[in-house]
Write a protein that binds this ligand. Sequence first.
Ligand code: SF4
Length: 354
Amino acid sequence: MVRSDIRGLTEAELILACQEIGVPKFRGRQLFHWIQQKAVQNWDEIKNIGKADLIKIQERLILVPLLQLKEQVSQDETRKFLFELADGQSIECVLMDYDRVKSRNRRTVCVSTQVGCPVGCAFCATGLGGWQRNLSSGEIVGQILDITHAMRQEDPDFQVTNVVFMGMGEPLLNYDEVLKGIQILNQEAGQNIGMRRMTISTSGVAPKIRQLAQDNPQVGLAVSLHSANNEIRNDLIPINRRYPLEELMKACQEYTERTNRRITFEVALIAGQATHKAAEEVAQLLQGQLAHVNLIPVNPVVETGMARPDGAEIQGFARVLEQRGIPVSLREEKGTDIDAACGQLRRQWESDEK
Ligand code: SF4
């Protein structure tokens, strides 16, 4: 029998698995707490479950933490982790701990949802390597658990408060596993992370935005817009050829109508491209849409040759949106002294290993 990954099971599934192997129901609840709340990494750490029951459980389920290959810590407390999966593939995730430093008590983890990515955005190091496979819900949840475990060595009270599905991969192309991961992370006996504290970021997979509107799991939605011009967006985000702006915006309208939730539109600012005209196009596209724009000056990636615009370009872009009544914020620069752009650490590791 193929053993399931215990970290990819909801509390109800774990209880059911216990019942099926003749282990009392309450053991399932205890196990879920040990795995998901205490983030234990091996069976020996589980203290209140008898040996006989644990042996039966191990015959049915596996507990395999991700192997930490590398960790980089930036001056602003952004920590980037490179993890190896059971099949030898590697993924990145990032802990943004700077809010703790500012006493805002917010610890956000940016998780990966795929190994590599099929979308191939022009500014992204992950897309350069292509797509390998989807992550399972256990591997998605595992990133939060293993970061929690590592951080609790320094701070026993460490708790992740927010999750963004913005790391390697397109989350909506791995829809079922991502939604199951969200369900597990939300469970009260586990990480208990509020639905509204989790955000899915998509490059614009219109049919899945519609599905998300129907399922309405109450999570946040961010759309990587980057340009309001189809020709430019085709080059930046190739999935735009399949779901051009007209179709994307229709799906976004439907999403806000059904959920009454505001969408965050991410706009990467690239030196030389963050022009007044580009800002006007974004403002026009978003007129009438319940929206918020997040401006992100790009992290430089050597392979793509893209650079961060200067302060005047960034401020000018923001001003145009504000004047048109669109709420706008500028993402704080994080981890610029480490390989913080998505996929950079993994590529660096792979080239060092060759
Ligand atoms: S930015 Fe996101 S969607 Fe685009 S290639 Fe990178 S990981 Fe994929």
